[in-house]
Design a protein around this ligand. Structure first.
Ligand SMILES: [Ca+2]
Ligand SMILES: [Ca+2]
Ligand SMILES: [Ca+2]
Ligand SMILES: [Ca+2]
Length: 295
């Protein structure tokens, strides 16, 4: 079954394919916080909400609570705040909240779809996708929502951005060449380069490894969605999952040793974790309905 036909991606399809300086300013005590927790979204309570759990799957706690859908949580580099997208205003907007659900604020204010936030490594900027000017393109803003700037400008969808750990580059998926490919650009939008170079299959959901050397992504080149990894220049593309189910949404642990991902191999989508070489795949969530977008 196509990933896009599954429930979360029905939601996504409806919305056209969803998916620190604060360390001192927010008085955060330890970066250990983020290394031990996974944020994700779950529909277990009727609509999608942001949840947080320990990296072993324990202590699953709801962060948001409303009747619309939340998607794509992203930890601030310091681990104190979570950016996410919500459809509560009849379109998607980027929000930010403390990890305990307090001090939530809306960063984008328009009637189009603003989604898939990702933080700059210094915690001062958020990159996201928006269709405010036509096809989805990649935009940048400050973490208070000011200074919204367009980075890509093509007549095809650009989506799912992720920042390089050194802050100099942004990786994203683009349809400008027909099917989806992984592109890398400088953080100012210059130098956009196709690095996956795989005509005939879809590559998207790139995620930069913490040591900058690798990029995880998903591809359907073998007939269904699998998680892959490649060197940051696009070489050595390697499949990490290998099964007839759909696997997606890769996200690295801060130490680079693990990759969280989703799979519907056991029925609906649940959160899994594996070693960065694809070994040791373990299921973390066991809920009614889909659990997606681990971070
Ligand atoms: Ca909700
Ligand atoms: Ca919006
Ligand atoms: Ca492709
Ligand atoms: Ca698969």
């Amino acid at each position: 079954m196509s990933l896009l036909s599954k429930p979360i991606f029905v939601v996504s399809a409806v919305v056209l394919f969803l998916f620190a300086s604060c360390l001192t300013a927010c008085g955060e005590t330890s970066s250990e916080l983020i290394s031990q927790r996974i944020a994700f979204t779950s529909i277990r309570d009727g609509d999608f909400e942001v949840y947080v759990m320990e990296a072993d799957g324990s202590k699953q706690a709801r962060v948001t609570n409303n009747r619309d859908n939340e998607a794509r949580p992203a930890w601030s580099p310091a681990g104190s705040r979570i950016a996410f997208a919500s459809s509560r205003n009849q379109n998607w907007d980027v929000y930010i909240t403390n990890a305990d659900g307090t001090e939530e604020s809306r960063l984008t204010q328009n009637s189009t779809y603003d989604e898939f936030p990702a933080w700059s490594p210094d915690g001062t900027k958020i990159v996201f996708q928006s269709d405010r000017d036509g096809p989805y393109q990649i935009y940048l803003m400050n973490t208070d929502g000011s200074g919204q700037t367009r980075l890509t400008n093509v007549q095809a969808n650009d989506r799912t951005p992720s920042w390089s750990p050194d802050g100099s580059k942004i990786v994203f998926a683009s349809e400008r060449d027909g099917d989806r490919e992984i592109y890398v650009m400088n953080a100012d939008g210059s130098g956009q380069t196709n690095i996956s170079d795989s005509p005939g299959s879809g590559e998207w959901f790139p995620a930069w490894s913490p040591d900058s050397t690798k990029i995880a992504f998903i591809s359907d080149r073998d007939g269904n969605w699998e998680v892959y990894v490649m060197d940051a220049d696009g070489s050595a593309q390697t499949k990490l999952t290998d099964n007839p189910a759909d696997d997606g949404c890769p996200a690295w642990s801060p130490d680079g040793l693990k990759i969280a991902f989703i799979s519907d191999r056991d029925g609906d989508f649940e959160i899994y974790i594996m070693n960065a070489d694809g070994s040791g795949q373990i299921r973390l969530t066991r809920s009614q309905g889909d659990d997606v977008f681990p971070a």
